[in-house]
Design a binder for this molecule. Structure first.
Ligand SMILES: Cc1cc2nc3c(=O)[nH]c(=O)nc-3n(C[C@H](O)[C@H](O)[C@H](O)COP(=O)(O)OP(=O)(O)OC[C@H]3O[C@@H](n4cnc5c(N)ncnc54)[C@H](O)[C@@H]3O)c2cc1C
Length: 383
């Protein structure tokens, strides 16, 4: 398998199967089909263990490597990129907070490419406020009786495990939650609906219902009632860097598609080449500098996280904000440059444009990020 840009410092890992992932992207989008082949390709090349500790057979990749890998996957197929990011977010919670033997078992099988995980935090009632839950937990002899209805669970029905939040035992407070690792084979777990999104069409982001399921206590992620802390300290930083890298990948892919198109397009009657027009050159320059700027910022935030050992939360929010805005602007410009041919669906540009739109509606959304960054700048509490 050929790699378009080898991930840095990942000599021990087989190279990313980006060509294969990119080949499947159009069909995944058209059919709104879960990218099984792409996930298998990532699994067999060791990437499901990208951030798994070495002690569990993983690659224990740095945040910089994670950002570089996700950008490449996102450029090849945004749906695959987002599924991969959700897997890494769940792995982050498991490796950092789950203390039972179940954690090491899951991490080991993920490193072997035999376990895909994901997040199921969102609920209809709380929308973008993914950290709030109306699920319930009760103590039972064998563990916890959990009831909760989740929505938008990426890889729904496809993943091997789900990080699920529900209110802590005896708590009425939607912010006082416990995180559980739920298996699809647990009695009471079912998946509903079909994903037919405008973009990210391979995501399979569907409803997950947990009805009277007994979750054994060895599947608690972190301490009971500490869900919010874990979401904010571990899951959110991993998600912010991952999603900013996916959107950066989308922007890069749209820029590259636009370059290819304007280089090959010339008018029959005049011989005028698109790339010879100053306005086209200027737009290409704008796209390239936007992508380069967003990448430079994204990589610098990832590096800061590597160097400091603590996630720079506000900078990570800014990275997602910048990448999402860049993806929206660059895909719009690419559509403008490539014209009706792009609009007709003959080029991947319209897919990139639809995929990019998810950035501003996936929590924390662009509006929420601006508000949070503003609050932090004013010294106000974030929640
Ligand atoms: C492709 C995709 C994949 C997803 N994958 C997952 C997943 O794997 N796991 C998961 O748990 N969830 C996932 N989600 C859910 C996602 O994170 C959000 O929870 C969901 O999109 C919320 O949708 P909603 O219509 O309920 O938004 P609403 O909560 O109704 O919000 C509507 C709009 O109002 C704005 N808004 C609301 N409150 C505020 C505020 N206080 N300040 C500023 N603006 C505000 C929002 O920014 C948003 O634009 C996914 C969503 C999408 C689209």
């Amino acid at each position: 398998m050929r790699v378009s840009q080898p991930p840095p410092n990942l000599s021990s890992i087989e190279r990313l199967p980006v060509d294969q992932i990119a080949r499947n992207a159009d069909k995944v989008d058209k059919d709104a089909a879960f990218p099984n082949e792409n996930i298998t390709a990532l699994a067999t090349s060791g990437f499901l263990g990208l951030i798994v500790p070495k002690a569990n057979g993983g690659h224990e990749a740095s945040n910089s490597d994670y950002a570089a890998v996700v950008e490449e996957i996102g450029a090849a197929c945004a749906s695959t990129g987002m599924i991969f990011v959700m897997h890494c977010c769940a792995i982050e919670a498991i490796k950092t907070h789950m203390v039972s033997d179940t954690a090491s078992q899951i991490l080991s099988v993920a490193a072997k490419g035999q376990h895909l995980s994901t997040l199921a935090l969102s609920e209809r009632g709380t929308g973008v406020h993914f950290y709030a839950t109306y699920g319930t937990s009760q103590l039972k002899d064998k563990g916890y009786l959990v009831n909760v209805e989740k929505c938008f669970a990426t890889s729904g029905g496809k993943a091997n495990s789900y990080v699920v939040s529900a209110r802590a035992v005896k708590s009425e407070d939607p912010l006082k939650s416990t995180l559980y690792l739920v298996f699809p084979e647990d009695a009471g777990v079912s998946f509903n609906g079909q994903w037919n999104g405008l973009g990210m069409r391979g995501n399979c982001s569907i409803d997950l219902s947990v009805k009277n399921a007994i979750i054994p206590s060895n599947r608690l992620i972190g301490e009971a009632a500490k869900g919010l802390d874990i979401e904010l300290s571990s899951v959110l930083p991993r998600f912010l860097l991952g999603s900013s890298s996916v959107y950066l990948g989308i922007a890069k892919a749209a820029y590259e598609a636009a370059c290819l198109h304007v280089k090959s397009r010339a008018y029959q009657h005049s011989g005028q080449a698109l790339q010879a027009l100053a306005v086209v050159q200027r737009s290409i320059g704008e796209m390239k500098s936007s992508v380069d700027l967003a990448r430079t910022f994204n990589r610098s935030v990832a590096k800061q996280w590597d160097e400091e050992g603590q996630p720079p939360l506000i900078a990570l929010m800014e990275a997602k904000l910048l990448s999402c805005k860049t993806a929206s602007a660059v895909t719009s410009l690419a559509m403008q440059l490539c014209g009706g041919i792009a609009y007709s669906g003959a080029l991947p540009v319209e897919r990139h444009m639809r995929d990019a739109l998810a950035g501003s509606v996936m929590a924390p959304t662009t509006d929420m990020l601006l508000e949070l960054i503003g609050k932090a700048a004013l010294g106000l509490p974030l929640l």
